[in-house]
Design a protein around this ligand. Structure first.
Ligand code: Z5A
Length: 209
């Protein structure tokens, strides 16, 4: 595949969605045709799964296994019908969250074992992974404050501080285990500094000038 696949990861309010259009413009200026996606979602079917995943309801609470399976159903659909064809066409694909979010949220946050996650991942996407993951790291309180300022909370945003501390801890330990592919960015910095750090990492990783 001749394209490049970059995922953006981090806790809520870390600034991923803010950076995606900036990085897309940056990559366009380097000559890439870009495609910006988000997870869960990104195709009409996967967006329906996203709705179920984000909806807060008291009559039929989503159990942890259903949540895991839906995350991977959405990822399978997006990966196989959109991401892989785009990479084959030479595009730069930027995705707001990908597989590392499942390890952090369903693994670290919910407590689902890595053996179970690996088994479902194998069916959904096999060994496919991003070429580069930018991990936007931010302390939980600041992230929650930023997200709260946006308005009403969805099913994930309503989870407590302990949950998000576990998520952050898992992101950081995964980064330590694979530091070449997962690159950390201090998301507490001003937006333009965050963009500059991300652009520098992308240039080094893909040999861009
Ligand atoms: N989830 C999961 O559990 N398992 C999975 O496998 C996957 C996902 C793929 C998707 O929610 C939820 O699904 C997510 C995890 C779960 N839930 N949580 N939490 P989403 O897509 O709706 O939301 P999100 O991915 O969590 O994004 P977010 O909360 O919108 O965060 P963000 O995109 O990183 O932040 P942002 O929107 O760019 O910025 C937030 C605010 O901060 C905004 O007002 C910005 O203007 C401001 N901001 C941004 N950057 C800065 C800087 N540098 N300084 C100051 N202020 C800033």
């Amino acid at each position: 595949m001749s394209g490049i696949f970059i995922s953006l990861e981090g806790g809520e309010g870390a600034g991923k969605s803010t950076q995606i259009p900036v990085l897309s413009e940056f990559l366009k200026a380097k000559g890439y045709d870009t495609l910006c996606l988000r997870e869960p979602g990104g195709t009409p079917c996967a967006e329906k799964m996203r709705e179920i995943l984000k909806e807060k309801r008291s009559d039929d609470k989503l159990c942890d296994s259903a949540e895991l399976l839906l995350m991977y159903a959405s990822r399978a659909q997006l990966t196989r019908t959109v991401i892989i064809p785009a990479l084959k066409a030479g595009k730069a694909v930027l995705c707001d969250r990908y597989d590392l979010s499942t390890i952090a949220y369903q693994g670290g946050g919910r407590g689902i074992s890595m053996d179970e996650i690996r088994a479902v991942r194998k069916v959904a996407i096999g060994d496919f992974k991003p070429d580069l993951t930018l991990l936007f790291d931010l302390d939980v309180d600041t992230g929650m404050e930023r997200a709260r300022a946006r308005g009403s909370a969805d099913r994930f945003e309503s989870l407590g501080t302990d949950f998000f501390e576990r998520v952050r801890g898992t992101f950081l330990s995964e980064q330590k285990a694979d530091p070449e592919r997962i690159r950390i960015i201090d998301a507490s910095l001003p937006r333009d500094k965050v963009s500059a750090m991300a652009e520098e990492i992308i240039c080094k990783r893909f040999g861009l000038r």
